[in-house]
Design a protein around this ligand. Sequence first.
Ligand code: CA
Length: 224
Amino acid sequence: MTKTILIVEDEPKLAALLVDYLAHDGFNSYCLADGLGVVDWVKKHTPDLILLDIMLPGRDGLALCREIREFSAVPLFLVTARVAESDRLHGLEIGADDYICKPYSPKEVVARIKAVFRRLQGFSAEQPSIAGFSLDKERLAVYYQTQLLDVTPGEFRVLAALLDKPGKVYSRAVLLDCLHEDERDVLDRAIDTHIKNLRRKIQDVSGKKEVIASVYGVGYKIEL
Ligand code: CA
């Protein structure tokens, strides 16, 4: 199926150039030149990927990215002339999948877009995402906001259990029952270790710390 790329860019020449390159590779694109209508457009048209300039009239790209991430895990590249490392980190913390710095080669942008779709192929585009996670139960693979998490089978089973009912609190004992014999160590500790590792891996790809919440004296839940 033809993929639709939303280009949010206030420099018409740059936007037109990208549209040409993307069309050449079989992508549909749609351009918005200011920040104001972006969120509504995304909700209505659910693009397959967003290229989002940071410096925009109306609303800036970082605020838009944050708001889009509240309801969508669509692949999103921030496009910026600001190259400071702190900006890069900030962008990834608020949920951007990648950064593209101006000036860029349109060819390279298209190559990176294609790489994202290759990674998602037959996967989270069709796979329903739960609280930002997509699970592939056959391959024991997990994506969080389109990023592959490198999880062990034990971590996969704990996460899959928590995602069965996001927001519900699961006790360690219940989570322990999801594990195979060889994935347990000393009783409850196994769950805490798996949770600790999952949190670190989720944070590595998204910058988010609180995706799995502890409920004191009871267990864990997926934060919604
Ligand atoms: Ca701009």
